[in-house]
Design a protein around this ligand. Sequence first.
Ligand SMILES: *[C@@H]1O[C@H](CO)[C@@H](O)[C@H](O)[C@H]1NC(C)=O
Ligand SMILES: *[C@@H]1O[C@H](CO)[C@@H](O)[C@H](O)[C@H]1NC(C)=O
Ligand SMILES: *[C@@H]1O[C@H](CO)[C@@H](O)[C@H](O)[C@H]1NC(C)=O
Ligand SMILES: *[C@@H]1O[C@H](CO)[C@@H](O)[C@H](O)[C@H]1NC(C)=O
Ligand SMILES: *[C@@H]1O[C@H](CO)[C@@H](O)[C@H](O)[C@H]1NC(C)=O
Length: 285
Amino acid sequence: MNLNAKSMPNRNHVNDLKAQSTSPDSIIQTANIQSNTVNFSNQKKNILWVIIFIIVTILVIVTITASVTLNRKNRTRPTKLTIATTENTTTMAATTTIEPVLIPLDAINGTVIGVYNTYIGGLSSISTPGDRDDQYEETEPPNHACDGNVSTIYSTFSPCGRGDRQQKCGLNTGFYLQLQHGPILVNGLRICYAYTSFASDPYIVSLEGSNLSSEHLILGTSWTLIYNDTIELRGTSSTTTCGTVQIFPNTNHYSNYRFLVSRKVGISDSVRYSEVELYGSGFHL
Ligand SMILES: *[C@@H]1O[C@H](CO)[C@@H](O)[C@H](O)[C@H]1NC(C)=O
Ligand SMILES: *[C@@H]1O[C@H](CO)[C@@H](O)[C@H](O)[C@H]1NC(C)=O
Ligand SMILES: *[C@@H]1O[C@H](CO)[C@@H](O)[C@H](O)[C@H]1NC(C)=O
Ligand SMILES: *[C@@H]1O[C@H](CO)[C@@H](O)[C@H](O)[C@H]1NC(C)=O
Ligand SMILES: *[C@@H]1O[C@H](CO)[C@@H](O)[C@H](O)[C@H]1NC(C)=O
């Protein structure tokens, strides 16, 4: 304030003495200039303080913004990781949970052996083509159940003969075969029906596996039970050709399989079906 008060009149004085170039005047002029300089440097100081204040304010704002952003990023990062992990887990689950694959039931030498009066863990009684109570329909032999063609049917009468309509006809019959492919892990099964024979549809079926050679397969002791349960029933108005795949736990590979029907849907002279499909999760062609 004092400096300002002094400088105001001095400035006029400087203007008055502009023309003069004598040394005392010069001194006065210098003094005035100095005074102005002091005044100017004071303004500079104020500006400097303002600049410092602005810089500090900006620094504070930047620091706060940065920390908030970092916090947000830190909070976002684990979420992103979780999502990635979930994606990877899903991918891994998708690759480990392999869809059941249909196993081609190609038998060695094309030999599918029909059986009758045969029970789980019991001896196999080999059936022959014909219309007697120990036989299967000649035009509908056991290999039709394994040929991958839903138009061809396997039909068995035992313990009845053709035309004898009873609940028991065709029960405890089936077939066994030796897979050309060698030992395969089976954990899925599906039946494809015979065109319109609803009453002759299998209802309770079993699957057994064996690793023994063909001459031993007639013995019940050679077979290990893998599946023994109901299969999906179709409605009488259904046009469905095949049921749904029944998945079951199994960890054993077998090269021979025996399939038996122990109950059917209704009253008829036979048990009939077009396909028995076996599925394997770890199976690749
Ligand atoms: C996800 O799996 C891919 C491919 O296996 C791998 O490259 C990536 O690092 C995995 N990501 C995480 C987050 O594990
Ligand atoms: C397949 O046929 C060959 C030749 O006829 C015979 O030697 C072999 O024992 C048969 N194998 C089976 C499993 O029937
Ligand atoms: C399936 O069986 C039917 C009836 O025997 C036959 O006409 C048809 O050609 C077969 N299909 C195949 C692909 O073998
Ligand atoms: C197979 O299943 C049927 C029907 O549930 C049952 O009565 C029978 O005892 C079972 N047999 C074996 C050997 O588990
Ligand atoms: C059947 O034989 C195969 C091949 O030798 C083997 O890998 C598999 O474990 C055997 N299955 C059983 C139940 O022993």
